[in-house]
Each structure stands twice: as structure tokens, then as C-alpha cells.
Design a protein around this ligand. Structure first.
Ligand code: SAH
Ligand code: DHB
Ligand code: MG
Length: 222
């Protein structure tokens, strides 16, 4: 099995199941043009996020790690007209690209971008009393354990917490790794395992983005 084959199969499913979408394509084009890294979720992963939020009937969503707003658009499309999504981004250039992309998507009234380090903004958002039906964690991997702790504070019984990039080409099983990103993800997985308030699983994926995976946690107690 090769990256070439994973990419071809992703292309096959995306062609079949993820209709061509000028707004999303333009969001990626504008992100590229601005020099943003191409680390957005793949189209079929973006659609999975939207489907999960739809099935779950999420009305309030928190995203940690906006980049150019590609996953933001997928998630916000699941919201009802009175829904709300807060997305956190440390890089003002990324946030500005995202703002334009979200505007073009007609989603500005639903989406609030907060610029700054997520660890600075999360306590403020919690202090404002926000509660979220769904949290998507996809920023730096080092602070992912802290993002999960904040997510737990701002969710309720019935909420979903989704965390991207929990496999890192299989690096996640290297207990002695000196890679701080993998250490962060391992610590997150350990918190997830030890947390009685969630029922969780993790899934490996291959595709256009290589070999990685995501974790899904269902908050089963307040
Ligand atoms: N969710 C996006 C991809 C996010 S990439 C998508 O799928 O389309 C990760 C983003 O997190 C980058 O834009 C990066 O600038 C941002 N980021 C990194 N560290 C951060 C921090 N400490 N606080 C907030 N955002 C951060
Ligand atoms: C990276 C970050 C991501 O969120 C992702 O999905 C893939 C790669 C990265 O920082 O390399
Ligand atoms: Mg990611």
C-alpha cells in the first residue's frame, strides 16, 4: 500500500460523495495563495465532521485551530440558523484568510474567530459561560491535553469532542519519543483513557493526508 494509492482512493470517494463546491475550493485556493500550510482536513474528512455535527444536531461548536477556515466551513454548515461556532487561531494571517473564506461561504453570522493563543482564549470563553455541543481540537499538538481539559469544562452530557491527528504516521505508539507533538498526543490519549466523563475511541486513517487518525469522545456525564 502506498501514499499514491491512498490518495487515489480518497480521490475516488471524494469524486463520488463530496460534490464539487466552489466555496470550499476557493477557500483552499485562497489559503494556498496566502501561503498557508496544506494541513486542512481532507474533503471527505470535512464532510465527516459536517455529518457528525448534523447527526448530533449540534447547535454550538468550538473549533481549536482555524487555519484558513476549511474545516470551519464544513462544521458551520451543519448549524441551524441560530447556531454559533467559535474558532480559535493564533496566527492573524491565517485568521484573516479564514475570515474572508467564511464570508464568501455566507457563514459570517454564525462564526466568530478569536485571534490569539488558544490557551489564552479558552479561559475567557469559559468565563463567559459558553457551553458547546461539539468541540473539534485541531491546533498545535503539544497543548492538545490542555485543550481536551478545557473542552471538558465547556461541554455537557451528550456533547462530542473530536480530536484530529492522534496517530501521526504511527508515531503515537513510541513511548520513548522525544517529539513533543507525539508526546502531546500520547498525553491526550492517556487523559482520554482515564476520564470517566467520556466514552471514547480512536480510529486510524489513510488518505490524501497520509497515515493519521482521529479520536471521538462522547461526554456521558457532567
Ligand atoms: N482545522 C483546520 C486546520 C488547522 S491547522 C482545517 O482542518 O482546516 C492548525 C492551526 O492551529 C494553524 O492555523 C495554527 O496557526 C493554529 N495554532 C497553532 N498553535 C495554536 C495555538 N496555540 N492557539 C491557537 N491556534 C494555534
Ligand atoms: C499537521 C497538523 C494538522 O492538524 C494536520 O491535520 C496535519 C498535519 C502538522 O502540524 O503537521
Ligand atoms: Mg489536523
Amino acid at each position: 500500500m502506498s501514499q499514491e494509492q491512498w490518495t487515489a482512493v480518497d480521490q475516488y470517494f471524494t469524486n463520488l460523495l463530496v460534490p464539487a463546491d466552489a466555496v470550499l475550493e476557493e477557500a483552499l485556493r485562497a489559503s494556498d495563495a496566502a501561503g498557508l500550510p496544506q494541513i486542512n482536513v481532507a474533503p471527505n474528512q470535512g464532510k465527516l465532521l459536517m455529518l457528525l455535527a448534523q447527526v448530533h444536531q449540534s447547535r454550538t461548536i468550538l473549533e481549536i485551530g482555524t487555519l484558513g477556515g476549511y474545516s470551519t466551513i464544513w462544521l458551520a454548515r451543519a448549524l441551524p440558523s441560530d447556531g454559533h461556532l467559535i474558532t480559535l487561531e493564533i496566527n492573524p494571517t491565517h485568521a484573516e484568510v479564514a475570515r474572508k473564506n467564511i464570508e464568501r461561504a455566507g457563514l459570517s453570522s454564525l462564526v466568530e474567530i478569536r485571534i490569539g493563543s488558544a490557551l489564552d482564549n479558552l479561559p475567557k470563553i469559559a468565563a463567559e459561560g459558553h457551553k458547546f455541543d461539539l468541540v473539534f481540537i485541531d491546533a498545535d499538538k503539544v497543548n492538545t491535553p490542555d485543550y481536551f481539559s478545557w473542552a471538558l469544562k465547556m461541554t455537557h452530557r451528550g456533547s462530542l469532542i473530536i480530536c484530529d491527528n492522534v496517530v501521526r504516521k504511527g508515531g503515537v505508539i513510541e513511548a520513548g519519543t522525544d517529539d513533543p507533538n507525539i508526546q502531546g498526543i500520547r498525553r491526550f490519549n492517556e487523559l482520554l483513557a482515564a476520564e470517566p466523563r467520556v466514552s471514547a475511541t480512536a480510529i486510524q486513517t489513510v488518505g490524501v493526508k497520509g497515515y493519521d487518525g482521529f479520536a471521538l469522545a462522547y461526554v456521558v456525564a457532567d
